[in-house]
Design a protein. Structure first.
Length: 311
């Protein structure tokens, strides 16, 4: 739950993390997630208003994610949004979650404007998009199989890191050397991504090594896996820039919290465009980015839930 002004400035931003709730299951349990939203959202509304020092009457609009995402969670969010909009007589804006990830970059860099090229990498998406203007997105490439975040989560599980995996793999990879346990680098023609082969390569390597997988090997494999994903993402970003230059580049979504991706993206984009990566806490899912996206929607978009919503 967040309060944002002018689409650019965060007045308050709260996240009720569900990590602990799902950790015991080794992944997100949709029904548990939806119920936790229902239990936690109402208290967050008051705290977000208090934190921003605003009253409901000060608000222009209510924004809520309508998709893509888990149906139960989206339904709870939209239900709460509808309730607030009706109680406070405010227009309700349904927001595309993917657009939100791109708008997170505008919260981090207030003078950032489209046109821009964005690499959006999350638990369910690895998309390269051009944004010619506010509210317009053209997809250049996406993944054929697993998303980058999903690949990190699966690799983390294979390496015994549990859930949530991406951030844990990031930490482990820092003490590893990617050259000691090289893994294949996925390469598809054009601007498409593929990560399932890399995941299988890691699985087979671990099986083949069996007992020889010690802490050092685990860290080296984490580093190699991370390097393969990051370099394959950036190779396509570079190719998209070669095909059509852009002055502004955004790398966003939960995986943009990854330290190697942040460092390497800066090197790859250097001298070719200005790079914006949202602040760490704005890369992973948050409400501020949804409010920011809604600021640029001219008309209220119906908040009908659409779990499979595309760009
Ligand atoms: O955008 P996000 O918070 O949720 C979705 O919209 O999916 O992205 C979550 C994904 C997860 O797969 C998580 O493992 C990954 O982002 N992630 C990371 C890191 N932090 C989060 N992956 C790699 N390195 C990280 N530091
Ligand atoms: Zn997300």
């Amino acid at each position: 739950m967040a309060v944002v002004t002018g689409g650019r400035r965060i007045l308050s931003s709260l996240i009720a993390s569900q990590e602990e709730l799902h950790a015991g299951f080794g992944g997100v349990v949709p029904e548990v997630a939806a119920r936790a939203h229902l239990e936690r959202l109402p208290a967050l509304v008051e705290r977000a208003l208090e934190g921003a020092s605003v009253a409901p009457a000060d608000l222009d609009r209510i924004a809520v994610t309508r998709g893509p995402g888990l149906a139960g969670c989206l339904l709870v969010g939209v239900g709460v949004g509808e309730g607030l909009a009706s109680a406070w007589s405010k227009p309700l804006f349904g927001v595309n979650h993917l657009w939100g990830h791109v708008y997170a970059a505008m919260l981090t860099r207030p003078d950032l404007e489209p046109p821009l090229l964005a690499l959006v990498v999350s638990g369910a998406h690895s998309d390269l998009v051009r944004m010619p203007a506010h509210g317009r997105f053209d997809v250049l490439g996406r993944t054929r199989d697993d998303a980058a975040g999903e690949a990190f989560d699966k690799a983390a599980r294979l390496l015994g890191l549990g859930y949530p995996g991406g951030a844990a793999l990031d930490r482990l990879a820092r003490s590893g050397d990617p050259r000691r346990q090289p893994l294949p680098r996925p390469s598809l023609p054009g601007l498409e991504f593929s990560f399932s082969g890399l995941k299988t390569a890691l699985l087979y390597r671990l099986r083949e090594m069996g007992e020889r997988v010690d802490d050092r090997a685990r860290a080296d494999l984490a580093a190699a896996f991370e390097e393969s994903v990051v370099e394959s993402l950036l190779a396509k970003l570079r190719a998209a820039l070669d095909a059509e230059p852009a002055a502004e580049v955004v790398v966003c979504g939960g995986v943009a919290a990854n330290s190697r991706l942040r460092r390497r993206a800066a090197e790859v984009v250097e001298g070719r465009a200005r790079l914006t990566i949202p602040a760490h806490e704005l890369c992973t899912d948050n409400a501020a980015m949804v409010a920011a996206a809604a600021h640029y929607q001219r008309e209220p978009v119906s908040a009908v839930v659409d779990p499979g919503l595309g760009w």
